[in-house]
Write a protein that binds this ligand. Structure first.
Ligand code: HEC
Ligand code: HEC
Length: 370
C-alpha cells in the first residue's frame, strides 16, 4: 500500500470440492444457480450481529481509542486484509507536501496543531466538525447504548480515519426488513471532488447533502424518533458547507505510473504485466464501461444481477472509483472480497469473461498501479 503495508495476493474465496475457477467460469449462470455452485464468498457478507447491526471499529483502532469499544460485538476481519492505520492524507492544495498526516490519526486533540495555517479558516472549521463526536445509536450518553461507558458519540473521522477508511462497518439505513439491510464497509473520502454520486444506494448528488444526512440518517438507522431520544444533532447548513469543503480537498494517493494527462499508464514506467492488464481492462474485459479514468468510475449505479447465480439480489450499487484501490480493501460495498484477485475472479464470473490465469494476474497488477 502507499505507506508500505504489505498486502495478501491471490484469491481467498473458497470453491466447492472438486471445482476450479476455470471450470466455474465456463458454466452458465443457470447451471451455477441450479447446482448451488456460486462461491459463498461472493455472496453477501452479513454484519457480525445482523439483527442488531450498528457501527463496529477494528481492533487496532479500539486499542488506541478505547471509547470506540462495543461490549456486544467484535470486529470480524483480520488486520492483514485492512487498509493502513493510520492512512496517509494528500491535500489537493499541497501536492508538494506529500502525506500531511505525519503518521498520526487526525482527531480532536491534534487537528488544530496539524492543520492551522495549512488550510483556510473555513476548512479548519469544517475539520473541527469532522473530528467532533456526535451522539449515535450505539455510542451515546443514555443507558440504551453498546459502549461500556457513556459516550459523547462518534466523529465522522472515526470511520473515515484520516479521510480514508480502515474497514469500519455498519448496516445501510436505506433497506428494510432488518435482515435485508446491506452491511456497508466504510468508503474512502479521497477524490470525492471528482465523483458525481455519493453513497452505494442513495445516489446523493452533493457532498453537502451526504454530509448532512450521514449524521442525521445513518447514525440512527434512518429512525429520527430514536435520534430524538439519544441526542439528535442537526448540523446547520453553514457548517455543512465547511465540512464539505475540506472533504473536497482530499486527493487520491500518488500514482507515479499513470500519465497525468490521460490517467492511463505511462508506458515508459509500467511493467509488461501492468500494460497487458491495462489492455484487458480497456479491451476484452470491458471494465472501462463502468470504470473510466481519471477516477475510474462512471458516476453511475449498476445492477450486477447476482441473483442469476443464486445469490441475493443487491440491486443497483455505485461503481466505486478504482483510483488508489490497492489502499482500500476489503472490496465491494460490504467488504465481501478480501483481495484484488478476488475481485478479478468475481468480475470474470459475473461478466462471463473466461480470462486465463495470466490475464487475471495482469488485471490485478494493473489495478495495483492505479
Ligand atoms: C460507520 C462509520 C461511519 C461514520 C461514523 C461516518 N461515515 Fe460516512 N460513510 C460510511 C459508509 C459505510 C459510507 C458508504 C455509504 C453508502 O454506501 O451508502 C459512507 C459514505 C460517506 C460519503 C459518501 C462517499 C461517496 O462518495 O460515496 C460521505 C461524503 C461521508 N460518508 C461523509 C461522512 C460525514 C460527513 C460523517 C460525519 C457526519 C460520516 N461520513 C460519518 C461510514 C461512516
Ligand atoms: C456493469 C458495470 C461494471 C463493470 C463492467 C465492471 N464493474 Fe467493477 N464495479 C461495478 C459496481 C457496481 C461495483 C460495486 C459493486 C458492489 O459493491 O456490490 C464495482 C466494484 C468494483 C471493485 C471494488 C471497488 C471497491 O471500492 O470496493 C473493483 C476492484 C472492480 N469493480 C473492478 C472491476 C474490474 C477489474 C472489472 C473488469 C473485469 C470491472 N470492475 C467491471 C461495476 C462494474
Amino acid at each position: 500500500m502507499t505507506k508500505g503495508k504489505s498486502q495478501p495476493i491471490g484469491p481467498t474465496v473458497q470453491l466447492k470440492e472438486g471445482l476450479s475457477w476455470d471450470k466455474l467460469a465456463h458454466m452458465s449462470a443457470e447451471d451455477i444457480r441450479r447446482q448451488k455452485l456460486f462461491p459463498s464468498g461472493f455472496m453477501r457478507l452479513p454484519h457480525v450481529k445482523h439483527e442488531v447491526g450498528g457501527q463496529v471499529f477494528p481492533q487496532k483502532q479500539v486499542e488506541q481509542f478505547p471509547r470506540l469499544e462495543r461490549f456486544d460485538v467484535d470486529f470480524d476481519l483480520p488486520d492483514c486484509f485492512l487498509p493502513e492505520f493510520p492512512s496517509p492524507i494528500f491535500l489537493t492544495t499541497h501536492p508538494e507536501l506529500g502525506d500531511v498526516s505525519q503518521g498520526e490519526v487526525l482527531n480532536a486533540d491534534n487537528f488544530d496543531r496539524r492543520f492551522r495555517g495549512l488550510i483556510t479558516p473555513v476548512q479548519l472549521d469544517g475539520l473541527r466538525m469532522l473530528v467532533t463526536q456526535f451522539p449515535q445509536e450505539e455510542f451515546n450518553l443514555t443507558p440504551d447504548r453498546k459502549s461500556p461507558k457513556p459516550s459523547l458519540g462518534v466523529a465522522c473521522l472515526d470511520c473515515h480515519v484520516n479521510f480514508h477508511t480502515t474497514g469500519q462497518f455498519h448496516l445501510n439505513p436505506d433497506t428494510r426488513p432488518q435482515r435485508d439491510r446491506l452491511r456497508l464497509d466504510t468508503v474512502s473520502l479521497r477524490g470525492m471532488f471528482n465523483q458525481q454520486v455519493h453513497g452505494s444506494k442513495r445516489s446523493l448528488r452533493s457532498v453537502e447533502d451526504f454530509t448532512e444526512f450521514e449524521q442525521r440518517t445513518a447514525y440512527f438507522n434512518g429512525d429520527p424518533i430514536r435520534a430524538m431520544k439519544k441526542g439528535m444533532n442537526i448540523i446547520d447548513r453553514l457548517q455543512v458547507a465547511h465540512m464539505a469543503q475540506i472533504q473536497n480537498m482530499i486527493d487520491f494517493p500518488p500514482a507515479p505510473k499513470l500519465d497525468p494527462m490521460t490517467g492511463r499508464l505511462d508506458r515508459a514506467r509500467a511493467s509488461q504485466q501492468e500494460i497487458a492488464g491495462e489492455e484487458l481492462f480497456f479491451g476484452k474485459a470491458r471494465c472501462v464501461s463502468c470504470h473510466q479514468p481519471p477516477a475510474y468510475t462512471d458516476h453511475m449505479l449498476h445492477d450486477l444481477f447476482l441473483e442469476r447465480f443464486g445469490a441475493e439480489a443487491d440491486g443497483p450499487i455505485k461503481s466505486f472509483a478504482l483510483r488508489g484501490i490497492k489502499d482500500s480493501p476489503p472490496y465491494l460495498h460490504d467488504g465481501r472480497l478480501l483481495t484484488l484477485e478476488d475481485t478479478v475472479e468475481f468480475f470474470n464470473l459475473a461478466a462471463g469473461l473466461q480470462l486465463n490465469r495470466d490475464a487475471k494476474s495482469a488485471l490485478a497488477a494493473f489495478m495495483r498501479a492505479l
